[in-house]
Design a protein around this ligand. Sequence first.
Ligand SMILES: *[C@@H]1O[C@H](CO)[C@@H](O)[C@H](O)[C@H]1NC(C)=O
Ligand SMILES: *[C@@H]1O[C@H](CO)[C@@H](O)[C@H](O)[C@H]1NC(C)=O
Ligand SMILES: *[C@@H]1O[C@H](CO)[C@@H](O)[C@H](O)[C@H]1NC(C)=O
Ligand SMILES: *[C@@H]1O[C@H](CO)[C@@H](O)[C@H](O)[C@H]1NC(C)=O
Ligand SMILES: *[C@@H]1O[C@H](CO)[C@@H](O)[C@H](O)[C@H]1NC(C)=O
Ligand SMILES: *[C@@H]1O[C@H](CO)[C@@H](O)[C@H](O)[C@H]1NC(C)=O
Ligand SMILES: *[C@@H]1O[C@H](CO)[C@@H](O)[C@H](O)[C@H]1NC(C)=O
Length: 305
Amino acid sequence: MLMMFQQLVQVCQVMVIISFSSSVTSLASLLPPGEVAALRQIGKTLNEDGQVSFNLGDRCESAGNVTITRYPQITEMNGTIGCNCSIADDKFCHITSFEVKGYDLSGRLPPDLVNLTYVERISLTANRLSGNIPGYLAKFTGLNYLILSSNNLVGTLPEALAQIKNLTDFRVSDNNLNGTVPEFIGRWTQLRKLGLCATGLQGPIPRAIFLLEKLKDLRITDTPGPEFRLLNVPKKMDHLVLRNINLNETIPEEAWSVETTLDLTFNKLVGELPLDKIRRQFTFLSGNMLTGTVPESFILSNQYL
Ligand SMILES: *[C@@H]1O[C@H](CO)[C@@H](O)[C@H](O)[C@H]1NC(C)=O
Ligand SMILES: *[C@@H]1O[C@H](CO)[C@@H](O)[C@H](O)[C@H]1NC(C)=O
Ligand SMILES: *[C@@H]1O[C@H](CO)[C@@H](O)[C@H](O)[C@H]1NC(C)=O
Ligand SMILES: *[C@@H]1O[C@H](CO)[C@@H](O)[C@H](O)[C@H]1NC(C)=O
Ligand SMILES: *[C@@H]1O[C@H](CO)[C@@H](O)[C@H](O)[C@H]1NC(C)=O
Ligand SMILES: *[C@@H]1O[C@H](CO)[C@@H](O)[C@H](O)[C@H]1NC(C)=O
Ligand SMILES: *[C@@H]1O[C@H](CO)[C@@H](O)[C@H](O)[C@H]1NC(C)=O
């Protein structure tokens, strides 16, 4: 780790020298000018009404991740603008992650994001962004992390997003989207984490989603649609939260192998509870028509039934 860091520092020092020698008039930037201009414009679009102090410019001064935090006391809201100086075979560093969380930004998703060609991670969670989720996000074919939860986004999930095949983490919970849960999510075979809680989207929920083998964390809640039977879920998940999505009939066997959180509340599930399988930390099953006696240990180890 230390060696990597030293290497990085060395690479960057070399780069500073090169760019100094080629431009004596202005301060050296590690980023290509196009990315600096894009960052400025992105900052303006996100903070359309200028209500918070938020200026983006050359965010690569330290050739690493720059933490940007509006509320430092809320540590999970730390955002980073990540910069990598060895990702491309050119003399520049490039922005590789753009995570601005919990900043009270009330603008829109900025088109100039696409000028940050090397971005692999985007999170704009917990702002007050409005407008649509734009199809141009599909231009980031290398994107693996796209989190837009807890905003005021409207409209459908555009079909163009189907092209971002390498997504491992996609979350759009808590928005006011419209339309149905798209089929293409079931073709994102690299997904490990999917969050579709109270998106505004409607069912039916494509079955292919429940067949994504790499999923470890799946949360879909408050999605009205036709009743359906959950036939299978990936094995050995960490968290499976399927609340109020109109599941009927019985719980599939694999669901009992979920490690940490199993929440299937407010559906139309029936059947007997296999009490020997309720071992994980959190099991929530209320609001169904399940039968079986619940042992005291289960009540003690679970805050809510
Ligand atoms: C981003 O790229 C587009 C087209 O490639 C260009 O029109 C636009 O001016 C760029 N944005 C900035 C802020 O340079
Ligand atoms: C920068 O942030 C990314 C996640 O955004 C993380 O994977 C990476 O390890 C960080 N790099 C450094 C040098 O802290
Ligand atoms: C968030 O940022 C604050 C202030 O920069 C830092 O003290 C804290 O460790 C960070 N938290 C995480 C989870 O990175
Ligand atoms: C920068 O990108 C290179 C090439 O993709 C990668 O090997 C390296 O780990 C990245 N460095 C950081 C600090 O993320
Ligand atoms: C997607 O991931 C695969 C396997 O890791 C890789 O070979 C491919 O280049 C990636 N595609 C893009 C567009 O980054
Ligand atoms: C949702 O989509 C339907 C059908 O496309 C449309 O009629 C309706 O106005 C939309 N609702 C909102 C709130 O955008
Ligand atoms: C569960 O939903 C499916 C699909 O709508 C339906 O065909 C089936 O009859 C339902 N099962 C019960 C027991 O109502």
